[in-house]
Design a protein around this ligand. Structure first.
Ligand SMILES: C[S@@+](CC[C@H](N)C(=O)[O-])C[C@H]1O[C@@H](n2cnc3c(N)ncnc32)[C@H](O)[C@@H]1O
Length: 280
């Protein structure tokens, strides 16, 4: 017998992502979940909680503008605010099927995106938040046998799906990397392009992640934020899963990154590109 929970899992939690009527809404479960999370939140975090996340000395030593704040989570958020933006929940591996949906070709045009990024043979690419490898698998033939793609994930289940798909498709130049919520665990000064497709807004520790991504980039290496456009009301994605160009630039500013360009031309996303500058 299939339980309601199994039915929800089979469909995946992808609908959290979609706004309006388009998505299936597991309302009851979400309501119970929201009440549970709110109670937990109130128990764990007193309302007098000051700014900051872990309140480690390192966090508090950062400029005030880069410290985290807390509030009661909104429906799709984790109740943690970074530079005025509430961070969204992470998309769970049960929604992996949504990443591979056929209509994604039309909605996101991944091949056009990769043309825009002007990668070349031998490049080292870090696909941060690689998921099932929907993007990394398309990068594979572009960088070729002499190139490497680090597929970074915090969910081992996603890396398992990636490994299966690589075996099916005979891909050998993607290396799955199990990172942490603060560190992609990449070798320093090794990466030509760090790409984040629909990922950055989910980082629970965006400051730490960007700090460590910058360490992994070569000087002159690029980082590309591919985010659903908040500025465009016609993009049918939920608020916290969208980001404005201005917000991305604001959040990149504390890091040794120089804005290069913002590319339009994709149906739902903008591509915001920075270059790592030398720090000394
Ligand atoms: C919406 S999915 C996008 C997956 C893939 N980029 C794509 O476009 O198909 C976001 C992924 O980012 C991963 N993620 C979230 N925070 C992360 C972090 N700090 N480091 C690495 N991956 C992270 C999640 O586990 C999830 O698989």
């Amino acid at each position: 017998m299939i339980t309601k929970f199994q039915r929800v899992c089979r469909k995946g939690f992808q609908p959290r992502y979609i706004s309006g009527r388009r998505g299936f809404q597991p309302r009851k479960l979400t309501k119970i979940g929201a009440i549970f999370v709110s109670i937990l939140f109130l128990l764990i975090y007193p309302t007098t909680s000051p700014k900051g996340d872990s309140h480690s000395e390192k966090d508090m030593a950062r400029p005030a503008s880069t410290q985290y704040e807390k509030r009661i989570p909104s429906r799709d958020g984790i109740g943690k605010i970074y530079m005025g933006r509430e961070i969204s929940q992470v998309m769970g591996h049960l929604a992996a099927g949504w990443l591979e949906r056929p209509e994604r070709e039309r909605e996101e045009m991944p091949n056009k995106l990769l043309e825009m990024l002007k990668l070349k043979k031998g490049d080292v690419v870090a696909d941060i938040g690689v998921g099932t490898g929907y993007i990394a698998r398309r990068i594979s033939p572009i960088v070729g046998k002499t190139g490497t793609i680090y597929g970074v994930e915090i969910q081992q289940e996603m890396l398992d799906i990636l490994a299966k798909k690589m075996a099916e498709e005979g891909i050998t130049n993607i290396k799955g990397v199990l990172g942490t919520i603060t560190n992609p665990k990449l070798p320093p000064n090794s990466v030509d392009l760090a790409i984040m497709v629909d990922v950055y807004h989910e980082f629970s520790h965006p400051y730490e992640m960007m700090h460590n991504i910058c360490r992994a980039l070569k000087v002159g290496g690029r980082v590309a934020f591919i985010e659903y456009r908040l500025e465009d009301d016609n993009v049918p994605i939920k608020r916290l899963h969208k980001m404005s160009e201005l917000q991305v630039i604001k959040e990149a500013t504390p890091h040794p990154l120089s804005w290069i360009e913002t590319l339009d031309g994709l149906p739902w996303q903008h591509v915001i590109i920075f270059e790592k500058v030398a720090t000394e």
